[in-house]
Design a protein. Sequence first.
Length: 323
Amino acid sequence: MTCGILPAIDKRICSFERWLIEHLASIPDPDHAQIIRRYATWEVLPRLRTRAETKPVTPAARRRVADQVKQAAAFLDWLADRDHTLATCGQTGIDAWHAEHNRHARNTIRNFLLWCSASKLTRPFRLPPAQISRAAPMPQAERLELIGRLLTDPSLPLRARVAGSIVLLYAQPLSRVVRLTLDDITRAQQQTLLRLGEPPSPVPEPLAELLFRWIDSRDNMNTATNHACRWLFPGRRAGQPLHPDVLATVLNHVGIPTTAGRTAAIRQHVLEMPAPVVAEALSYHRVTTAKLASEVGGTWSRYASGDHWRSPPGWTPRGTGDS
């Protein structure tokens, strides 16, 4: 695919399709297998393909849809153990499932239950609100200490110093960090800019120097297809960036808690800047940054988004002598 011999397709969709064939074959009940096949074919795969049209499917998204399929099969087995089917499942069965299972199972099964309801496979029921848990952010002082260590400690691997700094400074998940390219890094008027959203974010000089040192000494550049690689963090596979799990292992090894650090960074940003500005600059959803700003007590709730560099029509500045 990298060399243009085969048509480009998302490899994680291919991976999921191969896994699905094996998983369906492992389901002993043919009626259950048929329902899971319908669910995967008409609900899960279309969502994956729609996502792939705009951006690559991440490893986390691939794992999530596989978990949804496995949890759906487990739910059917749970019903069968109680002499029930989807057709006889109503509010009592839904409530019993939620009472017996943990938060992860409840959130994972939600999509399947909504699909069953929309497809008229079950009796009418209501689902409890989804429970979303966030990792506790690290204290700001600890985050700043880790940033200082990454920027100044030459004993740490250069790849970990650059990737960890991007996580702790710009609140980026590793799935986005690995997809950064050299084209996302520019110099303008003696300033280095990193394009994460709009506008590009300025890069402080200690990190800028590390960034360009890393570009000149990137790993995995010796294979035949990687000589002209534009990924900031090239992977070993042709045309592919480094896997997020590999980068997570590198950062964990040097003591960088990526999830807690990213959470601390985004919360600090919405305290210092309006939530819509943070969302656009760091590629977050505006609803997410607005909720975070409300949680941390941000003072920008009445900020109006838009282009604030241009004056309103008909407005002229008053002179210094005007009153």
